[in-house]
Every structure is written in C-alpha cells, then in structure tokens.
Write a protein of this length. Sequence first.
Length: 240
Amino acid sequence: METSKTTQTLSIVAACVFTLGAMLAGYRSIGVPPVVIVGGAGVIGMLIWWRTYLRKPVDPRVILPPFLLCVAGLEVHMLEEYLTGFGPAMSRLFDISWTEQGFIMVFAFIGPALYSLTALGLFYRIPIAGFVAWFIFVGPGVAELTHFVFPLIEPAILPELREPISQSVSNGNFVADMPNYWIGTTGSYYFSGMYTAVLPMIPGIWAILRTIRRLPKSAEARHSGHAAPSAHRPSLSSPS
C-alpha cells in the first residue's frame, strides 16, 4: 500500500529531526567525528530510503531478515569494541571525549531499544522505521570499513607512547585508559573492533543490494503487465 503524502511529509520531518538530534548529541558529548559519521549515514540513508521505502514500504520478508542479522552482528561487534576500549581509543585518536560509560549508554541500552522498535516498525511497514533501518545499514553497517583505516592514522594524543593513558582531552573532559592502536607505534595492524567489523557489514550490504535490485524488477513487471494486453489484442480485420 502506498504511503499518503501527509505521512511521507511527517516521516521526512521525523527523519531530519532524528539525524540532527543525533548529530547535536554526538557533538556536545563527544566532538566532531560523530557529526561526520552520523550526518553522512543520515544523508545517504535518507536518500536511499526516499527512493526505496518511503513511498511504498518494502515487504517485511525482504528487509526484516537482513536487518535482524545486521543488528545481531552489530551486537557481537560491540562486544569486541567494549573489551578492547573502542570509545577511549577513538578519544586518543581524534582528541575527543568518548568515554567507556558513554559507549555503554549508547550501544548497550539506547541501541537495542531502537533496534527492537525498528524491527517492529518494519514488520508493520511504518515508513520512519525504514529510515532507521537504512541509517543502520549505511552507518554501523557499511561504514564499519573505517576500522581497517584507523590503525594507519597517527593518534592526536601522545602517538609515540604505546601504553594506555588517562587525561583530559581537548574539550576538558577526562577520559580514562585510552589505548594506542597506531601501527607506527605498536607494529601491529589492529584497531578496536576490527576482527568483527564484517559481521554487521555483510547483512547491511546484502540488505542494500537486495532492496535496490527489486526496483527495476518491479518496474519491469509493471511495464510487462501493461504491455501484455496489447500483444494479445484481437485483430479488427475480417478473416480472409
């Protein structure tokens, strides 16, 4: 069933408010990097959502399985990040205040609640749920590729020191136990969460391809459906 124009408009407003709110919260509590990550995922996700889901929500059998696999992989991935200090490592890398407590608040409490509500919304084909799903497919999904880049970036705080450090960062907040994963110091190509980064990436990419591939097929089916009657239209000429 096609979404009404009013619902489409309200859904777009809600998606914009969600993205801007997440960017503002990330900037105030952490710094600029979350603004770039959240803003990028929000804009790209919104464009794909507008093209694939907003006007006519996708069948839950198409989008819900990869979404659930994506968030399941994401939770396992977050476990590795928690055990290896992803938030503090990012703080040392970019001189921001991403504490372990902040990491737990977002990914252990807020995240699962959001995933559950989104899954329910996808089941009932609620348009805004499609936006959150695409936001996750693009952000925590495809963007996990950045884990393979982070070991190559020289940290902004004491890059030559291999041991974890605890100190105040650029905004004055104190961050404890910030590890250093820079390959130039450790000699090891690894960053927190890198081993399990592919777990949410694979179903995220699968969901994107699976949904987009259905667009031309649907259009082709509609075209064939309209063309079929003309192919079998009886001739008006009299039989010879």
